[in-house]
Design a protein. Sequence first.
Length: 283
Amino acid sequence: MSGTNQSQAAGAVPDSDQGLAAVASAYQRFEPRSYLLNNYAPPRGDLSCPDGVGPWKLRCLAQTFATGEVSGRSLIDIGSGPTIYQLLSACAHFEDITMTDFLEVNRQELRLWLREEPGAFDWSVYSQHVCLIEGKGESWQEKERQLRARVKRILPIDVHWPQPLGAGGLAPLPADALVSAFCLEAVSPDLASFQRALDHITTLLRPGGHLLLIGALEESWYLAGEARLAVVPVREEEVRQALVQSGYEVRDLRTYTMPAHLQTGVDDVKGIFFTWAQKKVGV
Ligand SMILES: C[S@@+](CC[C@H](N)C(=O)[O-])C[C@H]1O[C@@H](n2cnc3c(N)ncnc32)[C@H](O)[C@@H]1O
């Protein structure tokens, strides 16, 4: 681990930092419904144009899983938020999936969808799109059924703790794979904190296991209803260096430039990165 002291290494306390307290405080105003509308309803949620951000993210995930190299029994999604799209390709390859978030309101939003309760966000356009690009002839209803069956638990998480899931042993560890989308940079006040958070989540992954990380490039803020969240702006090369520093081999790193028509005033994101990284063995 980089930059941790002894008590942190023992898992006793989180990184103590005024910046982290400010981040945690800002998230208390996070509104899942507004976040979903800002990012997953049209125009960003319009999946009909292949150049859009949604199709790009889903394509990166589908193509990576199609290699057949990312598989195992257990997968943890870090900072799931109120979204499930990030697991639509993953769920065919892992039978035990753990979803996680810092906020109870987001965990509750996930429960609504998993239990098919009234008022749940409708992800069917995403499920249909993933079935289409995977080309396996699966129906979107089967896809959603499989994901619902394979999500075994939704847990609280704090990536600023050396043991992000606590010491309770509620998820099978170490996991065979991690997925994380738009979390680390959106909860870290600076690059050093981003690096430590990456170190922390890496402890949840077995050596040789895979991390699929998606995030915002050069973003400094985003909105979720009343909440205005600060984001640490990161560049592609900083992401690559952080992964190497945390003990990964970078298998793939791709970027997407946000087109003008998708710059909607809900954030100042310039682009997106997708990376497939494999935790090195014996380092
Ligand atoms: C930008 S959202 C990403 C949500 C979702 N993964 C997506 O792809 O849209 C960032 C998420 O990080 C969560 N979060 C905030 N503080 C956190 C922390 N300390 N540890 C882990 N997650 C945190 C928030 O609750 C929020 O759901």
